[in-house]
Design a protein around this ligand. Structure first.
Ligand code: PRP
Length: 178
């Protein structure tokens, strides 16, 4: 375990197991279709890569970069598109792939925006959901794990761009960020 991590919340094996369950659910739902999976960078990269490789159906990929927190560390409730999609989504089945939902601002605004582009359907799958921090009501269609209100790192999640490549999800020691 990394010395800055207080404890492992989900091991590599637990994540792999849950990701294959989510992939099985999506495979059943999208059988015979070709959904466009939209990864919200950067946190979703490992989840997206693992999830799509387990999906037993056609799936296309695109990515967006959003900036949700402005300059500070506290959500300002405003989402800016830094990188938009490369493709049109009109008439497409869209699956947004996220690493975590926290306040809900990012996803609520992204869903609203993508809806104006008239996809055939739009669903959200998130690996982690932290409902204790919610500021706008938002419920994911599929969720890997509900998590407590702690500072999580690994498997895509960062603190100051560090720890994203830890293969597990851990709780960061307070001394690192306080
Ligand atoms: C995280 C996460 C979501 C957003 C959720 O991204 O990936 O996009 O925050 O927060 P919210 O529910 O409070 O809006 P972040 O802005 O940390 O960027 P990153 O994925 O590059 O780490």
């Amino acid at each position: 375990m990394h010395r800055d991590v207080e404890r492992v919340l989900f091991s590599q094996e637990q994540i792999a197991q849950r990701v294959s369950e989510l992939a099985a659910a999506l495979s059943a739902e999208y059988q015979g279709r070709n959904p466009l999976c939209i990864g919200v960078l950067k946190g979703s990269v490992f989840f997206m890569a693992d999830l799509l490789r387990q999906m037993d159906t056609m799936a296309s990929m695109d990515f967006m970069i959003l900036s949700s927190y402005g300059q500070g560390s506290v959500s300002q409730g405003k989402v800016k598109i830094v990188k938009d999609l490369d493709v049109e989504i009109v008439g497409r089945d869209v699956i947004i792939v996220e690493d975590i939902i926290d306040t809900g601002h990012t996803l609520a605004q992204l869903m609203k925006l993508l809806d104006t582009r008239h996809p055939a359907s739009i669903k959200l799958v998130t690996l982690l959901d932290k409902p204790a921090r919610r500021e706008v009501s938002f419920v994911p269609d599929l969720c890997g794990f509900t998590v407590p209100d702690e500072f999580l790192v690994g498997y895509g999640l960062d603190y100051a761009e560090r720890y994203r490549n830890l293969p597990y999800i851990g709780v960061l020691k307070r001394a690192i960020y306080e």
